[in-house]
Design a protein. Structure first.
Length: 110
């Protein structure tokens, strides 16, 4: 499953469903096929994602690039390239920051 985060402020952010649902939880949103981050919710949502990035980076303190896993397990049991929470969240934060500047919501599943 694919989830597409959309806003009139910037280009779409496309994610695998399991990754998107994990980030929705971080954002304080229900993991659902459809949703919205209203303009009023954007500052808190951005702050939550940035705090998660800080925790992710802190958890990897002292770990070299070579020590990171090369793969991770996908929901179907297959292997895919490892991507950190930081790498996954940054494009979503950028979309939300643009949306806040332009005073428009971010939606998915519409």
């Amino acid at each position: 499953m694919i989830v597409i985060f959309q806003s009139q402020a910037a280009g779409d952010v496309i994610m695998f469903g399991d990754v998107a649902y994990r980030l929705m939880e971080v954002m304080g949103k229900e993991s659902a096929a459809k949703g919205i981050v209203t303009v009023e919710q954007l500052p808190d949502t951005i702050a939550r994602l940035k705090a998660a990035i800080a925790r992710d980076k802190e958890s990897r303190t002292g770990i070299t690039e070579d020590d990171l896993p090369q793969t991770e397990e996908a929901p179907d049991g297959s292997k895919r390239a490892f991507v950190s929470l930081t790498q996954r969240a940054v494009p979503l934060i950028e979309l939300m920051e643009w949306s806040l500047k332009k005073n428009v919501p971010v939606v998915w599943g519409v």
